[in-house]
Ligand binder design. Sequence first.
Ligand code: AMP
Ligand code: MG
Length: 173
Amino acid sequence: MPIAYAKSLIRDVPDFPKPGIIYKDIAPLLQDARAWKIVTDELADAVTEMHASKLLGVESRGFLFAAPIAYNLNKGVVLVRKPGKLPWETVTTEYELEYGTDRIEMHIDALEAGERVVIIDDVLATGGTAEATARLVEAAGGVVAGFVFLIELGGLKGRARLGDRPVFALYTF
Ligand code: AMP
Ligand code: MG
């Protein structure tokens, strides 16, 4: 059962980065050549079905999946980053944190008008990051074809914030 084997390599780290959070550490999975390949190929299959021309990776673990999948499927890759990291003119969206707000950015010329993109990240938790990334795509004139995650934390109901667009998660906890 290789997909179950890869799941077993995801490590729970309680109280990181703060008390009450159970951090899903994917480092042991990434370190295992077979597991890393299996999960990346599974996510690539989900991306294929969404019929997009570019993949958006969300800083920074989203990059680890967006880049190899885009390369394999012959698609472009776009970086979604924390404020102040991108050198060119950007579009920015804001989202709520437990205390305060945060922002994410993308280059203003990253997408063609009407271009379909898939948003990729390691974990879907509250959905705040993914929802803000979708607004970023729309502000830049693109269309969100779907979302692909390695892990969904089902109890946090993040999926409900993503509307009726397709959402794929390989593992649910
Ligand atoms: P959210 O916006 O709440 O859906 O959080 C998603 C982002 O935060 C992703 O980019 C994850 O990398 C990170 N994240 C949130 N919760 C966890 C967790 N329990 N374990 C690891 N990463 C997490
Ligand atoms: Mg992240």
